[in-house]
Design a protein around this ligand. Structure first.
Ligand code: PLP
Ligand code: COI
Length: 335
């Protein structure tokens, strides 16, 4: 496969195949690999009008020993099911999900970026309601597709720091709404704030809690994390943020490194007290944040490169993913 592996960025590229399952009459079909991205869908399909759509994001890595391994696929399987339950969609068995992911990865092995390129194979499971309907009710039929795309850095400068703007005009999710699940609609709702951030030169919007606008929630595509001046790992607790698998793993890595970990409500003004701030998630990995703008207030952190504590976390995390550090928690699953 002839790709510029070191400069993939985060964009759609067709690969060899995607796997699909169809749900009808109360059960999921056998999986089938398709060599096309096209689907035939009724214009009356539930997903187009009433938005029953949930997705996942996960990665497979080419390890140092040449093998391809997937990072914590069981976690994505469980979160997909938690998203599905909330939107009254059918769950998909965890073991079958892991097998399906392995099948797609193996069939697209030539697209897994080589060890040392910094890339990975991004996996995107998406489930949506396909029944034709006009009344508002859960779909009777669903499609689950898992596609694979080789990717590099999400933001264009790799792990160079990015600037963020606090979204003051619009929330991405409602209190007691869908912020804690990976519903497609959350991302549609976040686009306007991301556009406003970009217009101010910030690639990232930082959302605050929708009920009181007092606490930090998360970035549009990632969780918020900070290092306090006394070296603690601090991350937001909120019922309107996505429970990030990267954040959960980094909290474990931080604890393994002997750091204190605090998962709690974080007041916006506390941004002035942190030594380092970053965004974490599957796509962004751990991207440092150099400045956060909130109206006329600017919070500044390490500007030139990733801060020293974030760098330690980043190295240990990516070291596990690429098979350079011992995988003591058995997170990596061979494809
Ligand atoms: N928060 C949001 C809104 C996201 O879209 C993502 C990406 O999946 C995350 C957080 C990070 O979650 P994870 O680490 O499981 O990818
Ligand atoms: C991920 O990090 O996997 C995501 O789903 C974020 C995103 C690109 C929407």
């Amino acid at each position: 496969m002839d790709l510029d592996w070191a400069n993939l960025g985060f964009q759609f590229r067709p690969t060899k195949s995607n796997i699909r399952f169809h749900y009808a009459d109360g059960k999921w079909s056998e999986g089938k690999l398709y060599n096309t991205y096209d689907i035939t869908l009724s214009v009356a399909a539930n997903v187009l009008h009433y938005g029953q759509a949930v997705f996942e994001g996960m990665k497979a890595f080419r390890s140092k020993d040449g093998k391809v391994r997937i990072f914590r696929p069981d976690e994505n399987a469980r979160r997909l099911n938690s998203s599905a339950r909330h939107l009254l969609m059918p769950e998909f068995p965890v073991e079958r999900f892991i097998e399906a992911v392995k099948t797609v990865v193996r069939d697209n092995e030539e697209y897994v970026p080589p060890y040392g390129s910094g890339g990975s194979l991004y996996l995107r499971p998406v489930m949506f309601g396909t029944s034709s309907q006009i009344g508002v009710s859960p779909s009777l039929e669903y499609e689950l597709v898992i596609m694979a795309v080789p990717v590099g850095a999400y933001y264009k400068n790799g792990i160079k720091p990015v600037e963020a703007l606090i979204a003051r005009d619009f929330d991405r999710a409602a209190p007691h709404g869908t912020g804690h699940i990976k519903a497609a609609g959350n991302y549609a709702a976040s686009l306007i704030s991301s556009k406003m951030a970009k217009e101010k030169g910030c690639p990232v919007a930082l959302f605050i809690d929708p009920a009181t606008h007092t606490y930090i929630d998360e970035f549009g595509t990632s969780n918020f994390l900070a290092i306090s001046k006394d070296g603690k790992y601090v991350t937001s607790q909120s019922d309107s943020i996505l429970p990030s698998i990267t954040n959960k793993s980094l909290m474990q890595v931080a604890a393994d490194l002997g750091m204190a970990v605090e998962r709690r409500k974080v007041r916006i003004e506390e941004l002035a007290d942190f030594a380092e701030v970053a965004a974490c998630g599957t796509a962004v990995v751990l991207t440092p944040v150099s400045k956060i703008y909130d109206g006329d207030t600017v919070y500044s952190y390490e500007a030139e490169s990733i801060g020293p504590v974030m760098k330690k976390l980043y190295d240990r995390m990516t070291g596990i993913q690429y098979g350079e550090c011992e995988d003591i928690h058995n997170w990596m699953v061979e494809a």
